[in-house]
Ligand binder design. Structure first.
Ligand SMILES: [Zn+2]
Length: 549
């Protein structure tokens, strides 16, 4: 195998040189009848997870070792490697968030990422932070469908030449960024239909660059059989919209799942098991779950213009499973331990320490679980949703508080609470805002906000107010236990994200009685917990304030 590759590479040079002046159309540089190996590696939805978790899982130092080992293995076989990210580097781990994800971008540089697309969470910070991050990165940020002042804000694609194979990687970002990104920061940006942009761009690339392989690094989500529900269309719709086979591969993100199929359904995939990627309209679609839990590895061969997937794997990065030993649950590695790369470890350690010093100080305690699990809080009122809305309401001396469930990112366990716990629940740095409205205005507002669909981040958590929701309308509204008076004025709080129109809430920032308090949500929650510790969870338990019919 090795000998064959060496012999043929001499021939490649001869033919490539011979072709160079033969035609003005870009000529392929690969050798007829030679089989090449090309491995595409990918991750997505890093969300601040530069460091390993408390169980020693994941982390960029181990990811570096894994990827370096694969590179060495592929190189020894005469092949080449391309490493791509499906975006959402930002937001989710306080140590990273407090440092604008600098350790994450440094880690990606050291691991040697070739390109990343922009996820919606790249717009959680102001655009100057994004520009700073672009400066830190040694690799390009690509997205074809983000526009500012009518022009593309980023390069639409990047061309790679691997052993004579010309690979175009195009970047695409979910249109939902306009809805779920922070409106304060993206007001001037346009997120155009990525399907339309991709189709036009691929046609353009074929006419100009004539690539051998076209890959899309996307942050659009994988929705089974293209059933995207209330989300913007994702990777499946993208593949189906294009001409069959125009796109070889989609390296995805955003829906945060391992895309492993069993026929037309998702397989019941567990770490370490085989994973079959989705195939739609001649395009492979892959996604490596989230947080650096896996590195996706797609081994292709390339011969006479044919790009063929030979093997696909989601490789766990020191993931563990719980087993019972002597009646006790212990966590054990699913596969052989991947050592942490010493250079990456040493480089990132000071960032981790700096972040932890500030975060691990106890600020209070709770006598029970404060429920913020995504699947619960987006479907029901919870004690944590109510606690947050109460903290906001008290800070602004409001009559009631509204909190979008999409802004509640985790639960808080019983026992000691640290600032880190609070920041894990509220990582976005939203500002508490309030508005004074008449009862009649409040009713119009609630008819939109109170009726947001379950199982979405828009689903609202409430404090200080009760109502019945039925047939897309609210009724029986009572504030502080009294029926709402349409003529009276009420004050309520709302995160800045929603006040600016996020989650499809009515935009109230232009209301004459709108106030931006300047208080950051996590800081308000931290203060409230400090002042009211120990938190008695029963005080915040939802009873029948919200009735959904
Ligand atoms: Zn996302």
């Amino acid at each position: 195998m090795k000998l064959k590759n060496i012999a043929l590479s001499a021939l490649t040079i001869a033919i490539a040189t011979g072709c160079a002046t033969a035609d003005q159309q870009p000529q392929h540089e690969w050798t007829q009848d030679k089989e090449y190996n090309l491995t595409i590696l990918h991750t997505n939805d890093n969300h601040g997870n530069f460091w390993q978790n408390k169980y020693g899982e994941r982390g960029m130092a181990a990811r570096a070792t894994l990827i370096n080992n694969i590179r060495a293995e592929v190189k020894a076989e005469g092949g080449s490697v391309l490493l791509l990210s499906g975006g959402d580097i930002n937001t989710g781990v306080p140590e990273s968030d407090l440092q604008d994800a600098e350790p994450d971008f440094i880690g990606m540089n050291m691991i040697g990422y070739d390109a990343m697309t922009l996820g919606n969470h790249e717009f959680d910070n102001s655009l100057d932070v994004l520009a700073k991050q672009e400066g830190w990165a040694n690799f390009p940020f690509i997205s074809a469908n983000i526009y500012k002042d009518g022009k593309r804000m980023f390069d639409a694609y990047k061309i790679f030449n691997k052993d004579g194979i010309k690979i175009a990687v195009i970047g695409l970002t979910t249109e939902d960024t306009a809805k779920i990104g922070n409106p304060e920061f993206i007001g001037e940006l346009e997120f155009r239909d990525p399907k339309v942009e991709a189709k036009a761009l691929i046609a353009e690339l074929k006419a100009t660059e004539n690539p051998d392989v076209i890959i899309a690094a996307t942050h659009m989500g994988h929705y089974l059989n293209g059933d995207n529900g209330s989300n913007a269309p994702g990777d499946v719709q993208l593949a189906r919209y294009l001409n069959e086979g125009d796109l070889d591969m989609i390296v995805g993100g955003h829906s945060q799942e391992p895309v492993c199929m069993e026929g037309a359904e998702y397989a019941k995939f567990k770490p370490g098991q085989d994973c079959a990627p989705d195939v739609q309209n001649g395009t492979y679609i892959v996604q490596a779950h989230e947080w650096g839990k896996y590195v996706g590895r797609a081994d292709y061969t390339f011969k006479n213009g044919e790009f063929t997937l030979q093997a696909y794997n989601l490789i766990p990065v020191n993931l563990k499973k719980k087993i019972k030993v002597d009646g006790k649950k212990v966590r054990v590695l699913i596969q052989d331990e991947i050592a942490q790369d010493p250079a990456v470890f040493a480089k990132l350690k000071p960032f981790q320490e700096k972040g932890q010093v500030a975060l691990n100080i106890k600020i209070g305690q709770s006598d029970g679980l404060l429920q913020g699990d995504r699947n619960v809080v987006r479907n029901n009122q919870t004690n944590l949703g109510r606690l947050i809305a109460t903290a906001h309401m008290q800070r602004a001396k409001a009559d009631f508080g509204i909190m979008n469930s999409g802004g509640v990112r985790a639960s808080i366990d019983a026992g000691d609470i640290t600032y880190k716990d609070v920041l894990t629940v509220q990582p976005f740095g939203n500002i508490i805002t309030y508005v004074d409205m008449t009862g009649a205005e409040v009713m119009d507002y609630l008819n939109v906000v109170g009726t947001k669909m379950k199982d979405s981040g828009a689903f609202a958590q409430f404090a200080g107010i009760s109502m019945t929701v039925a047939n897309g309308q609210v009724s029986n509204v009572a504030i502080a236990g009294k029926d709402i008076d349409l003529a009276k004025t009420y004050r309520f709080t709302i995160p800045s994200f929603n006040a600016a129109g996020g989650d499809g809430y009515p935009k109230i920032t232009t209301h004459s009685a709108f106030v931006n308090t300047g208080y950051v949500d996590a800081e308000v929650l931290k203060e409230y917990i400090e002042a009211n510790s120990p938190i008695n969870v029963a005080d915040f338990e939802p009873k029948s304030e919200m009735v959904y019919n």
